[in-house]
Design a binder for this molecule. Structure first.
Ligand code: DQA
Length: 155
């Protein structure tokens, strides 16, 4: 089954962007790890990054259709700063329910500035994983694989 790892604005700068906050792995490193961890879980991971809100919305719509058609499991999504601003991304995810979207943040947004404490994505996400760096993506892939295998513990 296909899974999308979707990264939003400024995440193309990983490796050199605020390494004390986001670490030193590049986006290419992160994506490679996701593909490998996906393989170990039996998932076909595809990756996409954009700095543009509309391009991210288009991806959500596409993967919503693939999920409806039965070929995609879900999306692991780090929306970057759009997390805190984008009602359009909130609406896009709501508009393609029941596509499971797992929200991931490298940093612990709750331990940072107050403007990072609110997420427009969290209420429409299947769940959120924050503060575990690149490991958070692997945890999200595991969660999607477990859902698919019917192993999900109901909240
Ligand atoms: C981030 C957290 C956001 O607040 C920030 O704007 C980012 C990265 C994270 O992964 O920790 O761009 O999503």
């Amino acid at each position: 089954m296909r899974v999308l790892v979707l990264n939003g604005p400024n995440l193309n700068l990983l490796g050199t962007r605020e390494p004390g906050v986001y670490g030193t792995l590049t986006l290419a490193d992160l994506e490679q790890r996701c593909v490998q961890e996906g393989q170990a879980l039996g998932l076909q991971v595809e990756c996409y990054q954009s700095n543009h809100e509309g391009a991210l919305i288009d991806q959500i719509h596409t993967w919503g259709r693939l999920h409806r058609e039965g070929t995609a499991l879900g999306v692991v999504f780090n929306p970057g700063a759009y997390t805190h601003t984008s009602i359009a991304l909130h609406d896009a995810i709501k508009g393609v329910e029941p596509l499971p979207v797992i929200e991931v943040h490298l940093s612990n947004v709750h331990a940072r500035e107050a403007f990072r404490h609110h997420s427009w994505i969290a209420p429409v996400a299947a769940g959120s994983i924050v503060g575990f760096g690149v490991d958070g993506y692997g945890l999200a892939l595991q969660a999607l694989a477990r859902r698919a295998a019917g192993l999900r513990t109901k909240p």
